[in-house]
Write a protein that binds this ligand. Structure first.
Ligand SMILES: [Zn+2]
Length: 458
């Protein structure tokens, strides 16, 4: 026994160094494979151009389910299947009108606007009312006696000084998600929200709101940042400015949809799972290229790389396209629920839902022990430009897995340009750079390789 210990003490460091060397070689070959042979960019082209946008419950969403299923069958994954999930079926409807009707300076001014997801419509009678401008939910209390009968205009910008753009989004987005519910008790008639972006342009950003049970539902629309600035400026000179809103958005009964899953079954520990992917639904404008066609196809690419390099995973790997992240999160919840019922042990889940931009690192959420094991691999990624491993977070679709102790990981790409495109008509295939998309996929595949080799203990 003593001899064994001494031998290990002598050669142990060499074994660890040799192991690290072989990991580095494998990671290098994963990057090489993706950067020279990956079909991911062409697949994204098909998803964006042939399928197009794909809000839950739409024909586009159904076509996206079928396309990604076929793609994974074509790649010959061990199992490819659909997981049924009921999803909300919100429709924007035809015309959307938002205009200032009585500007003393300019007369009638049409505004660039989009109904917020899950919002009700005004119907053909429309809503005509005066405006009250608030910079955020925290201003409601101060102005609560001046809200009745008005359209509340939430004009709190995303903080441009925050380098972490997702933090700026996180601080501002409550105006969009809760503005209607929070002002309804004070008699608001409708809501207008400044688009969630630091860009100054004419493009309105979609996104969902949540009504509160027991309260009246108010129609709500987002306007472009330029129009928000214009409206704010005009209100300074003319307090009795009026806006006319007309749209036909409506929530239809829930409808059948699916998570799409492709699997490579583990050779040594088939009962340990690693899930990787993104959400298949998108908003009903643009093509959902960054949000989140990129993440879905990166998930598929991870498994394709394993096949292509003939790496037999020890654990079971799943590429998952979750449905309905944007306006319900039903796919993520259903996946976690079924996983619990089947007693599947997800050791880790990786979500890519911050755009197909150049990767800078990974976010993570889990126990200290899991984090320590994960951080040991950081140096392997540094030559590839991934340095940021400190931010916490996983992803909306994988977060329901945290209940079973799964280590949650999010791909962390450069976030400076994401909110230029997020939820808009500008989020199209051409907005994604081939190489940046590939680097993200290679980073995810490399991390999955390490997770598969060594596992993670809780
Ligand atoms: Zn997304």
């Amino acid at each position: 026994m003593k001899k064994i210990i001494i031998t290990f003490l002598l050669i142990g460091p060499y074994l660890i160094a040799a192991q690290k060397k072989s990991d580095e070689i494998m990671v290098a070959s994963i990057y090489e494979e993706v950067l020279s042979n990956s079909p991911i960019y062409e697949s994204l082209r098909v998803l964006c151009k042939d399928v197009g946008h794909r809000l839950s419950g739409s024909t586009g969403a159904a076509a996206a389910v079928e396309y990604t299923r076929q793609l994974m069958i074509e790649y010959n994954f061990d199992t490819v299947y659909l997981q049924p999930v009921m999803v909300p079926n919100w429709k924007r409807g035809p015309a959307e009108i938002l205009k200032i009707t009585n500007s003393k300076k300019h007369g009638v001014i049409g505004l660039n606007a989009l109904a917020l997801g899950n919002s009700i419509g005004t119907g053909p009678q429309g809503i005509l009312a005066e405006i009250i401008e608030l910079k955020g939910l925290e201003e409601i209390q101060k102005h609560k006696d001046n809200i009745a009968g008005k359209i509340v205009f939430f004009n709190g910008p995303m903080d441009p000084t925050l380098l972490k753009t997702f933090s700026a989004y996180g601080s501002a987005v409550s105006q969009r998600s809760s503005g209607a519910a929070k002002t309804e008790p004070y008699g608001a008639k409708a809501i207008i929200v400044r688009s969630m972006t630091q860009s100054l342009d004419d493009v309105p950003h979609a996104g969902s709101l949540r009504y509160q049970k027991g309260l009246k539902e108010l129609p709500a629309m987002a306007i472009s940042t330029k129009d928000a600035d214009l409206l704010s400026q005009l209100l300074k000179d003319q307090a009795d400015l009026r806006i006319y809103m007309e749209n036909y958005a409506e929530m239809l009964p829930e409808t059948q949809s699916y998570n799409v899953i492709g699997q490579l079954t583990g050779t040594l520990f088939p009962d340990e799972y690693i899930a990787v992917g993104g959400h298949l639904d998108s908003w009903d404008v643009g093509e959902g290229a960054h949000d989140d066609g990129s993440g879905c196809l990166q998930g598929i690419e991870v498994l394709r790389v394993f096949k292509s390099l003939k790496i037999k995973p020890k654990r079971t790997l799943r590429a998952v396209m979750w449905m309905n992240e944007e306006n319900g999160g039903k796919g993520g919840k259903a996946y976690a629920t079924l996983s619990e019922i089947r007693n599947e042990n997800h050791i880790a889940a990786i979500e890519s839902d911050r755009g197909g931009f150049v990767p800078r690192g990974f976010t993570s959420t889990g126990s200290d022990k899991q984090k320590q094991q994960f951080l040991k691999w950081k140096t392997i990624f540094e030559p590839y430009g991934l340095h940021d491993f400190d931010q916490s977070g996983g992803g909306a679709d994988i977060s329901p897995l945290s209940k079973q102790g799964t280590f949650l990981i999010g791909l962390l790409p450069d976030g400076q340009r994401y909110f230029r495109y997020h939820h808009t008509e500008k989020d199209v295939f051409e907005a994604v750079d081939r190489r940046e998309l590939e680097l993200g996929a290679a980073s995810m595949a490399s991390l999955v390789y390490l997770l598969d080799q060594y596992g993670l203990t809780h």
